[in-house]
Design a protein around this ligand. Structure first.
Ligand code: UDP
Ligand code: MG
Length: 310
């Protein structure tokens, strides 16, 4: 019997957990052995208590709880590490708030049995989503594919997906400290199959993604997978060339002398360059420090709670 892990990142989701549990179980197929892997991402409400209560009445409920909030990207990584530990054949990543319909699980498994290794999902339309989010997403995908030269990133793909062992292994082999999962899935390759569905609102609770958080996440994606770091120096060089051309022009006509202004402008360009370099060093430092992507404070998957699952 094939073993499937359902991985659920949870951050302050006490209101939705029992709805989720009841709903997801309706879509389990008898020919598979399902394990529910809840990843408590440092919740401050009763999420962990609720998960533990579920694990007490259902031995297929596994959990791990972070020492603090590390973010959804880290939670997905940890969930997949746990899936590997549980020796599953495939894993399904799904949100806790029922915005990813568990009713699609049987369809995902059908494609999986046909041999697809990565089955992802996306909304048919963005109807129901806040207008600003839609505009922002459209701008992001345009900029992303331009700057990364990658037209293949699945536009509008959700994190809700099924991954087989090979893809899990490939995904886990990417140790980026700041993770942009959508980009990593494209980067690792493997043939993908898409399932489309209509937008579903949250069953309860509130979104954990502020506009600011989404903006920084989008920026991270572009930085991680493009040559954008090389573009600014190009722009600065271009501006300097313009300045020199202007100098020559002024030299010829001898009409004005903007010396002070020109020095200030040059200083400004240099400062922009330095700031940019510092940012780059800071980003490289994040990776160089080699800190763990998450830390576990409690789990029913391994014996020692202080062990990082790997
Ligand atoms: N989530 C998480 N850590 C975070 C933020 C969110 O594990 O720091 C989880 C959250 O509990 C949910 C999923 O990621 O299961 C998606 O979050 P949310 O529904 O808030 O995002 P949205 O659907 O609004 O994009
Ligand atoms: Mg949601």
């Amino acid at each position: 019997m094939k073993k499937i892990a359902i991985i659920i990142p949870c951050y302050n989701e006490e209101e939705v957990l029992s709805f989720f549990y009841e709903e997801v179980k309706k879509h389990f197929l008898s020919e598979y052995d399902f394990k529910l892997v809840f990843v408590d991402d440092g919740s401050r409400d009763k999420t962990l208590e609720k998960i533990k209560a579920l694990s007490e009445k259902d031995e297929n409920v596994k959990y791990l709880s972070f020492s603090r909030n590390f973010g959804k990207e880290a939670a997905m990584f940890a969930g997949l590490e746990a899936a590997k530990k549980l020796n599953v054949d495939a894993a399904i990543l799904i949100d806790a708030d029922l915005q990813d319909p568990p009713s699609l699980i049987p369809e995902m498994l059908r494609y999986y049995s046909e041999g697809y290794k990565h089955i992802y999902t996306k909304h048919k339309t963005r109807k129901g989503e806040p207008f600003l989010k839609t505009i922002f997403a459209m701008m992001f995908y345009k900029t992303y594919s331009k700057l990364t030269g990658n037209q293949n990133m699945t536009r509008g793909a959700r994190d809700f997906c099924l991954l087989d062992r090979d893809v899990i292994e490939a995904f886990l082999s990417v140790k980026d400290y700041r993770r942009f999962t959508k980009g990593i899935f494209t980067w690792v390759g493997f043939e993908k199959k898409c399932i489309e569905f209509d937008y579903v609102p949250r069953v309860a609770g509130k979104t954990k993604w502020s506009f600011k958080k989404l903006f920084h996440y989008a920026l991270l994606g572009i930085k991680q997978f493009s040559h954008v770091y090389l573009l600014l120096p190009n722009l600065l060089i271009f501006l300097c060339l313009l300045l020199i051309a202007g100098e020559i022009g002024l030299g010829i006509y001898q009409q004005f002398n903007f010396l002070a202004l020109r020095i200030e402008f040059l200083a400004l360009l240099i400062l922009i360059g330095i700031k940019y370099l510092m940012r780059l060093i800071y980003d490289v430092r994040d990776q160089g420090l080699n800190r763990p992507i998450y830390l576990t404070k409690d789990t029913n998957i391994v014996g020692n709670i202080y062990d990082k699952i790997s």
